[in-house]
Design a binder for this molecule. Structure first.
Ligand code: FEO
Length: 169
């Protein structure tokens, strides 16, 4: 049986992952409205990934005999200045999520819960990948510097992203 302090922290993380999904869906709506269908696609898939993360936590809490309690999801921003502004916000958000995962790991270590430490390692590794891929897009956008042709090329590239549920297997 998993301890209550950890159950509470894992429940908070379920909420944070669902908030992330809601945030990226809002960014998807923004890009759709602005005519960037590739970036909208990227965000839609990002939103799906976050739901899969929430589900991974959800299933783990249940598996360990804890009680999942779903709380209201906070409202998300709906407007940004441009693509660079959006991806800057994504980078900041993912860096916050990394902090939350690290904090969860600290609690699991303090509670000497080896199973949860092992479970959380997947998220520690996932955050490294997430931060790197967002940083790459931010770097590209910086190089493009608002140039229409560059934005069009990047948008086209981002259209090819497909959803792969990396939480399975
Ligand atoms: Fe679930 Fe983007 O971290």
């Amino acid at each position: 049986m998993i301890n209550e302090r950890l159950v509470e922290a894992l429940n908070e993380q379920i909420n944070a992952e669902l908030y992330s999904s809601y945030l990226y869906l809002s960014m998807c709506a923004y890009f759709s409205a602005e005519g960037f269908s590739g970036m909208a696609n990227w965000m839609k898939i990002q939103a799906q990934e976050e739901v899969s993360h929430a589900n991974k936590f959800f299933d783990y809490v249940n598996e360990r005999g804890g009680r999942v309690t779903l709380k209201p999801i906070e409202g998300v921003p709906t407007e940004w200045e441009d693509a660079q502004d959006v991806f800057r916000a994504v980078r900041e958000h993912e860096s916050k999520v990394t902090g939350l995962v690290n904090n969860l790991m600290d609690i699991a270590i303090a509670e000497n819960d080896h199973a949860t430490k092992s479970f959380l390692q997947w998220f520690v590794d996932e955050q490294v990948e997430e931060e790197a891929s967002v940083q790459e897009i931010c770097d590209n956008l910086k190089l493009i510097n608002g140039n229409g042709h560059g934005l069009l090329m990047l948008d086209r590239e981002m259209k090819s992203r497909v959803f792969v549920d990396s939480t399975q297997g």
